[in-house]
Structure formats: structure tokens, C-alpha cells
Design a protein around this ligand. Sequence first.
Ligand SMILES: C[S@@+](CC[C@H](N)C(=O)[O-])C[C@H]1O[C@@H](n2cnc3c(N)ncnc32)[C@H](O)[C@@H]1O
Length: 383
Amino acid sequence: MTGTNLPATIGPASVSEMLRHGRNLLIANPAFQKWAASFPLTRLIAERQSNALFDICSGFVYSQILLACVRLDLFSKLAGGPRPCAAVAEDLDLPFDATQRLLRAATALKLVDALEGERYGLGELGAALLANPSISSFVEHHALLYADLADPVALLRGETATKLSGFWPYANRKAGDPAPAGGEAYETYSDLMAQSQADIAEDILDAFPPTGRRRWVDIGGGEGVFASALAIVAPEVEAQLFDLPPVAARARSALQRRGMLSRVTVHEGDFVSGSLPKGADVMSLIRVLHDHDDETVRGLLARIHEALDPGGTLLIAEPMGGGAGSDRVSDAYFNFYLLAMGRGRTRSVAELTALLEAGGFSDVRVVPSRRPMLANVLVAQRV
Ligand SMILES: C[S@@+](CC[C@H](N)C(=O)[O-])C[C@H]1O[C@@H](n2cnc3c(N)ncnc32)[C@H](O)[C@@H]1O
């Protein structure tokens, strides 16, 4: 109930909402479920619903099976070709029965292929995982998230001291707090981000070709994977990045290792309290805004507006959700990830557009990209 004693829900607001509401009431009725299960057409629908619900229930189990495969390095052990279960058991140092259970579970998830004579080889997804080692780091990283999600209601109520907030040292800062010192705190997250950035960088540069640009500053640019890709794709563009001092130091070492230090300028600073490098005609925020609350985002957009050349472009790339067709990856997965991290949320294109327009940007548009579920690309012009 609200403060005025009105019920919090006042019923469907449109014909389509009314129809949806009616359909859901029917589905929730056990007598209807029983009836529906006895007719071929409705039986198919009922089956689809129970399968979908079962999939939601079992999602955690599936991910723990994957974690067991990763921790036991199962996919490398099958990389040389199919092997009998007994040989895999010996290699994994697991009892035969447990190995068989794991291999059969992994087969059901397409991670492994079961072959004649209780032999097992790499499955389609196991092979893909082997080709992308960053996925294994991601899977391992999820152990922290799942521990934080053990009591999701306590997490929603803000009663959980989460492990993920320790992983992201900037997540619990309030405006004006100094950036936490100590290089180690930044190491694990910077590594994880750098590993997953290469594909995203390629997607963004294909969606928004940098040709004809003069100077591009990647804000929150981490270890410079994106800035390096930019410098390679468009050597005529001055590639720059900006990040917190400990991360900028890591970026310099990483760029040096990649032989790119002379081609990327690294700026250090704090976009919550300091100013940004001036004179760019493009600035980007890749997987940055969703880590922050609206107040910080407004402040950052104001700083970008001040630093960017008039007519310059701001590019935002991150998972975006919240629209009418709510999205599993951004609205379910990333939103709960960010909740455990302790700060930020995914925003819809409409919400980002409103923040951008209020910050003095115009012509906001989505640029079609290869994997919008990981990073939808939005560009806006500085007025
Ligand atoms: C989720 S990571 C994304 C890194 C990179 N853009 C990518 O996509 O891999 C967010 C980045 O924003 C940086 N960051 C967070 N708070 C910052 C601040 N106040 N000033 C400057 N950089 C900040 C972090 O250090 C980190 O590198």
C-alpha cells in the first residue's frame, strides 16, 4: 500500500496489458494447468513453460558443473582427442563414478561429446572455451558472485558484505573520496577486463570506424587494450586513455610489453573529482557508466562535455537493458552482478539518452554492432 492508502498496483493500463494479465491469471490456475496438459496444442505450451522454469531453477547447477570442468582443467585433458572415462578419471584424480557423472553432465551441456565405449571428447562448447582462455578466468571469477548471491533477498536488502565489492576497489567510493591506493587491488580486475576487451574493441571499431578522427580518448580505458586496437586500426588517430593512477601505471607496463607505449598516450586521474584531457574529437566510455550511480554519471558527462571539442563525439559501449523487451543479460545477469559489486546498474538506451541530453549532448543514436548483449554502442554529439 502507498502512503495515500491506495493499492500499490492499480491494474492493467492498456488492452495488451489486460490481455497479458488475463493470460497470466489463467496460467497460474492449477485447474487450467491440468486441463491444458491434456490437449496437444496447450500441452506443448505447458511443456515449454515448465522447461523454461526448470532451466531457470537449474542454471546454478549448470554453472557449477562448468566450474568443476574448468577447475579440473578437463577441456585441456580432452584436447588431444577422445579418451576412455577410466583414463580421464586417473588424470583428474577422481573416482571413476564421479568422473562418469561429471562427463555425462558436461555432455548434456554440450561441453563434452560422449562416444561409443564410454569414451569422451571435446564438445562444441568445451572446444570454444579452450579457444578463449578468458572465459575460464570469467568462470572462476563467478565463484565470488555466486557466494554473494547465496541469499539474494539479503543482497537486495543491502545486508550482505559482498566479496565482489572487494574485487572492484573503486566500487564503494563516495564522491570526493580519494581513489584507493595499492596496485594489487587493481591487478585482478584490470587483468580480467583486459582479457575480455579484445573482442569488444574489435566489435566497437567495426561498428564505429575511427577513420577521419583526430584524437580519441578512452575514459576508464583500463590496461589499454581498446586504445591499442584503435592505434593499430587507425594509426593516423592519436590514441589516448585515461584511468585511475594505479591502473594507468598498469596500462603503461602493459603497453610497453605489447610494444605500443609510443603509440598510446596514457593520462592518469580521477573522473569523479578531477578534470579530463582536453582537445579530443572522440571520447569513449567502454563498460564504465554501468559501474556508477546516476550522480556520478551526471558529473562524468559534465566533465566530458567540458573536455570534448564542440561537435565532438561521445561513444558509450556497455550492456543496456530496461526497455520494453527486458533483456536477460543486462537486466537479469549484469544488474545482479552490479548489485553484488555494490554500485551501479544497467541502463536502457532511453535512460542513457535522457542523461546525455540533460548533459548537453544531442543526436543520440544506437550504432548497430556485432554483440550488443555484451556492449551495445551508443553515440552522441557534444553541442
Ligand atoms: C569495468 S572497467 C572497464 C575497463 C575497460 N574500459 C574495459 O572495457 O575493459 C572500468 C574502468 O573504469 C576505471 N575507473 C573507475 N573509476 C574511475 C575513476 N573515478 N576515474 C578514472 N577511471 C575510473 C576503472 O579503473 C576501470 O579501468
